[in-house]
Each structure stands twice: as structure tokens, then as C-alpha cells.
Design a protein around this ligand. Structure first.
Ligand code: FES
Length: 157
């Protein structure tokens, strides 16, 4: 499979590049665009981003592997992130994580066989005031419990 952005996406790449004094500074939003489009960042995709920015693969790989938000393998359509850091853990975040893991039959950074769900145990997501919390893709759900999390997962299609 050949990985290429379309014309509208390339215009967005230019937009990001023009925000910075050097081209390579645009790497993070462009990696994010690529992940949104293809679901994860394969070696071929990272090489393509490198071509766009005039960077070696090793540089792109270095950035992509430094940040956990970039997936280096295919993940689920719904990426469920459960915070088990202090504020959430004190309010059963760890039990919520175990429940979701058991329910979906997957562990940290695994995806279900049908590709619908993946799971990540995350550190503080800066929403301690709403602990315990989970995030699914880019949506935060605060003050959850196991019952509420089940309802949220049941509502996904
Ligand atoms: S500890 Fe869970 S959001 Fe901060």
C-alpha cells in the first residue's frame, strides 16, 4: 500500500510547516495527521513523513517512539485509555482498568482481534479534578465507575 496525503491534506501539511521557523518543527502535528488518517505509524508512513519534511527516517522514528500518543502498531477503532495514576487510583481507577481489560480480553497496548478496541493504562491525563477518568480516542469521561464505563463502551458502534 502506498501512503500519500491527498491535496487537501498536503495543504494542511504546508500550513503546519509555515507555522515554524524550520520545516522539521512541524513533525508532531504531521505525525498526528498521519495517525488520524491511517490509524498508526508504520515504517513506510514514517519514511513518507521524513520525505515531506526532509528528515531521515531515524529522526521521525525517534520522535514517534518518544511520545506514547503515536501508535507504532495498529490499535483499535476505539482506543480506551484508563488512568491509574494517584488521584484516579485512589478512586478505583486500577479496578476500572482491570475490569475493562477483562471485559475486552486485552491488556495494555493490545487490540481486540476485530480491531474495534484497544486498551492503554495511562499516567495522569491532567483531569484529576474529574477522577476517576478514562479517555476514548480524544474524548474524556470523568467521574466514572465500572457501571458508567460499561455503558460508555456499550454505546460505541
Ligand atoms: S490522576 Fe488520573 S487524571 Fe490525574
Amino acid at each position: 500500500m502506498e501512503y500519500k496525503f491527498d491535496q487537501a491534506e498536503l495543504a494542511k501539511v504546508e500550513y503546519h510547516i509555515n507555522k515554524y521557523p524550520t520545516k522539521k518543527s512541524a513533525i508532531m502535528p504531521i505525525l498526528w495527521m498521519a495517525q488520524k488518517k491511517w490509524g498508526w505509524l508504520s515504517k513506510d508512513i514514517m519514511m513518507y513523513i521524513g520525505e515531506l519534511l526532509g528528515l531521515p527516517y531515524s529522526h521521525v522514528y525517534g520522535v514517534a517512539t518518544f511520545y506514547t500518543m503515536y501508535f507504532k502498531k495498529p490499535m483499535g477503532k476505539y482506543h480506551v485509555q484508563v488512568c491509574t495514576n494517584v488521584s484516579c487510583m485512589l478512586l478505583d481507577g486500577d479496578k476500572i482498568y482491570e475490569h475493562v481489560s477483562d471485559r475486552l480480553g486485552i491488556k495494555h497496548m493490545e487490540a481486540t482481534a476485530d480491531g474495534k478496541y484497544s486498551l492503554e493504562e495511562v499516567e495522569c491525563m491532567g483531569a484529576c479534578g474529574g477522577a476517576p477518568m478514562i479517555a476514548i480516542n480524544e474524548d474524556f469521561y470523568e467521574f466514572v465507575d465500572i457501571k458508567k464505563v460499561d455503558e460508555i463502551i456499550n454505546s460505541l458502534n
